[in-house]
Ligand binder design. Structure first.
Ligand code: MG
Length: 172
């Protein structure tokens, strides 16, 4: 009983969260990934910029902190969030989890996209996330997978992202 505050401090040290996102692809639309513009024949259909990495990542951070998802936080009927850039969603999420005593420690990402190949953009995506989240690029994993020509990813009907994040307590 006497050391219950010490125990809860240990429990609060790190948290893990997961998030996913999917958008339909349409020819001629811009493709943004982690706020990096990627040259592409197609891009996501979305009210916002349809940045699947930032949407999946935001949900992962909110989940790790025990909060509701970005759909609940940024209801599309709320005029404050009209035309909100995904970068701003991440900033709002960082503020929210920050108030709860959390900050990102490391993240790992998988993007499912048939084309274009993302390997040459991997470093710029990690650099962009590094600046956004104030963590080292070495703490950011980023894999790109094709759909091997089959299914909605393989037929270039959708782009998907999966994010796993570890949060660290900011409390002593
Ligand atoms: Mg989305």
């Amino acid at each position: 009983m006497s050391n219950s505050s010490e125990e809860s401090a240990v429990v609060r040290q790190t948290r893990v969260g997961i998030g996913t996102d999917r958008h339909r692809l349409e020819v001629g639309r811009p493709l943004m990934l982690a706020a990096v513009a990627i040259p592409s024949p197609h891009g996501p259909v979305a009210h916002s910029d349809g940045d699947v990495i930032l949407h999946a990542l935001s949900d992962a951070m909110l989940g790790a902190a025990g909060c509701e998802d970005i759909g609940a936080m940024f209801e599309d009927t709320d005029p404050r969030w009209k035309n909100l850039a995904s970068r701003q969603i991440v900033d709002e999420v960082l503020k929210k989890i920050g108030k709860l005593g959390w900050k990102p420690l490391n993240i790992d990402l998988v993007v499912h996209l048939e084309k274009p190949k993302l390997a040459e953009h991997r470093d710029s995506i990690r650099q962009s996330l590094s600046e956004m989240l104030s963590i080292e690029p070495a703490a950011i994993g980023m894999k790109a997978k094709t759909g091997e020509g089959v299914g909605p990813v393989g037929e270039s009907l959708v782009i998907e992202a999966l994010a796993v994040v570890q949060l660290m307590s900011t409390e002593e």
